[in-house]
Structures are given as C-alpha cells and as structure tokens.
Design a binder for this molecule. Sequence first.
Ligand code: UD1
Ligand code: MG
Length: 482
Amino acid sequence: MSLIPDIPDGGRRRSRVAVVLAAGKGTRMVSRLPKVLHRAAGRPLLAWVLDAARAAGCSRLIVVVGHGAEQVQAECAAPDVEFVLQAEQRGTGHALAQAEAALAGQEATLLVLSGDVPLVTPATLAELAHLSEAGEAGAWGAMAVAELAEPGMLGRVIPRPDGGLGSIVEFRDANAEQRAVRLINAGLYALPAPQVFADLAALTPDNAQGELYLTDAPTAAARRGERVELLALADPAEALGVNDRAELAAVHRRLLDRHLLALARSGVTVLEPARTVVEPGVEVGADTVLHPDVTLLGSTRVGGGCTLHQGAWLLDTVLGEGVTIFPYSVLEGAEVAAGARVGPFARLRPGTRLGEGSRVGNFVEVKGSELKAGAKAGHLAYLGDATVGEGANIGAGVVTCNFDGEAKHRTEIGRGAFVGSDTMLVAPVRVGDGATTAAGSVITKDVPAGGLAVGRVRQKNLPGRLGRRRPKTETIETETES
Ligand code: UD1
Ligand code: MG
C-alpha cells in the first residue's frame, strides 16, 4: 500500500525514486564492517531505510555503494533494489551524482536518504515528496529538519525569514554562532531529477573535509532565490543518524522502543521497557506479560495470555496461548503449544515441539524432539531426537544416548510411559505405551507396552562394614631443587 497521498492542488505528480547514500566508510565506527551493515534492532541500518522507502511507494530503489560495496550488495540484495557504485568516496553530493546515469534523464522526485539514518518513517518520505511537488510553480525541493537539544556534529540549517531554506552549514565548517543553532539537517531530501544533477555538477570541495557536499546544492538553489521547503519532523528522533557506536546504541534502543510501544498499545504488558528486547519482526499476543530482561528475537511469535519471566531468551520460537516461561530459559527454533510450562533454566534447541500442557523443568535440554500433550520432563534430563508420548513422565537425570560417535538415532517413548530417574536410553530404542523403566537402568533393547524394564546390576548387600578406617597415607620424601 502506498502512503503517498494524491496531490489535489494541481501540483506535479512525478514518479518517485529512492536514492540511498550508503557508500561512506563511517570512520568513526572504527570497524571492518561497512557502517550501513551494522545492526540495529536485529537488522542492518540500510535494511530499515529500504523498508521505509518501499512503504512510501517508491517505484525504484537505488543504493549508492562504495566502501565494502560487495558486502553491502550481498547483504541487502533484493529483486527491487539496484546498486550504483561510487568508487571513490568524495562526499554526499558526489554520491548522489553517481545515480545520474541510472536515471538517464528520467523526470522524477528523488527521495534521497542516508543509509545511516534508519528511523525515518514512510509518512515523512511521503510528506517530503508531496512538499517538493506541490504548488503551481513548485518548490525546487524539500528537506527534513529537526530541532535537537543536542545537535552534535550534524549540519546546521539556517532558515529564511519566510520559512524556506537559507543555507546548510556543516558542523566542521560552522562558526561558533552557527554551531549554536539547534535546527539540523536530517539528511532526508526530496529533490527534482534531472534538475538536481546540474546543481551537483557545480559543487566544489572547498570546505573543511575537502568533499563535494550534497548540502551545498539546496544551499545554492536557495541563494539564487528558489524555494527549498523545510519539513520539521514531528518526532525529531527520525533525524538520528549513526556515525559512531554510541549513536548506534541510541538508534537500536529507539527502534526497539517503537515496537514495544506498539505492543503495549495492542495489549501486551511490558513491565520494564528499558530492560526488554523485542525485535520489530516479533509478534506478541494481548494479555501476555513480559518481565524484565526478556529477549525475543528473529521470527518469534508469542501467543496471548503468556507469561515470560525474567531472562527468557527466545529466537525463532513459536509459543501458543497461555504458555509460561520461567526465568532464564533459552529457546531456539522451538514450538510450544498452549498451556505448556518451561523452565526455570531450561534449554529448548531447534526442532523441539512441546505439546499442550506439557512441562519441561530445570536443567532439561531438548533437541529435535517432540513431547506430546501433558508429557513431563521435570529435572536434569537430555532429550535428543526423541518422541515422548502423551502424559509420559521422564524422571530426573534421564538421558537419550542419541549419538553413537558416527550417527544420530531416535528414541521413542510411548504414551503414559514412566521413565525412571537416571535411565540411559541407548538409541535407537523404543519404550512402549505405559511401560516403566527402573531407576538407573541402561536400556538397550525395546521395552514392550506395559512392561517393566530393569537394566542395572542387581544390588548386593554384603555382611560387615569394610574399610572402616582408611589406611594412613605414607609420606613420600622427594628431593627439592635448591
Ligand atoms: C550528513 C550531512 C549533514 C546531515 C547529516 C544527517 C552532508 C555534507 N552532510 O552528514 O548535513 O546533518 O548527514 O545525518 O551531506 N556517503 C556516501 N558517499 C560519500 C560520503 C557519504 O555514500 O562519499 C553516505 C554515507 O554512507 C552515509 C550518508 O552518505 O550513509 C551520509 O554520510 P555521512 O558521512 O554520515 O555524513 P554526515 O557527516 O552524517
Ligand atoms: Mg551520517
């Protein structure tokens, strides 16, 4: 769905193309990874920007790559994304100029975005495009600005008395008076193509960084009397860019907070948002309670009415309705049905499926196994490559010995079976429905349904008490080095 409104006032409706500048080195990140691939809320910075452009209905997505181009292309490739190379990074203006050939004279509104400004919303992009296209004569372009309490090293925006742009001064080129300005350039623009390329061709690198600044193009347009609209961001956080790790952390937190707020509005209790990580792709149902230090990652989906206690860590996991995860449990690639209870200190590895009302308790590890409805493994067990039937009970210390040094084998435990504490189930092996294994057994043969298997050395009680006194230890004299 496009968020771009129709233009009712006779303005120009042009095709909209996103150009994302993502070629810079990001020196202040001090990293081998290209800046735009650093992750915030689980995804590369660039992915957030591309999503916003997509949702704003851009007909093309052009990404200007340079530093680490191959890596960026590999990570962010998609059928709707085109890449353009800026072989030498000579500044943001030079970066945008690299898109000229790809646009080949196309009349379009360019939504120019920075790959390191990931909080931008589709609504802002739509508004920017609209501003630059509206009106009879039309503005030359539009750019997003924000009033920040701590404007840091962002470009300062000096407006004209009529509210349009006067000039943009980069922090490094600004004098004390200009640095005191708190209105900043968010690095988000709607610019006309092909006209803007003439302005870019006229850029010169006579500035503190010796670069071709994109910001000099709107400044030049304003100086010759054209109108450049300023869009004040309703939420100044949208302007936050990532130029160092502190800014990365700030942006990461903001992206998470946005999602937590949306979840809270949809009926999820988040007790301490600042201590909760729920990646934006994760769904959580109403009346679920998230205690502090819960981490929900990847494609995790949590049903309604669940309680996730402190320290629950879930990756790519699906929880049904009314599931309880007790503290410090780690779940990855697991499916947990309604009403099941897990933990504390449980570990569910990929391929685990827990049936309705089942129970996995403390220090139990499960991998590639299914526990059917009502089955229980309460304490200290390893269940690997196993099927546990409905209502079966797995005693403390039970281990499925699933690996023979070369291959993995399956263990099948029947419905209502009782696997005694410390049973070693040497796979492949089956324990039939309703069968029992005696505590401490090593089970190497199938146990028939309803049977009792005892697989351990018979206890011997011998007369007398042997070894009541321990022999004295002899003192052995050794030579010491001098
Ligand atoms: C830029 C703006 C500044 C604005 C800020 C907002 C300029 C000159 N300054 O500064 O006014 O307040 O963004 O975040 O535009 N890039 C390239 N090729 C290059 C240089 C940069 O593709 O040669 C890309 C970077 O990868 C980055 C984006 O352009 O994604 C912005 O570059 P960056 O160096 O971060 O500019 P800022 O100093 O943040
Ligand atoms: Mg930047």
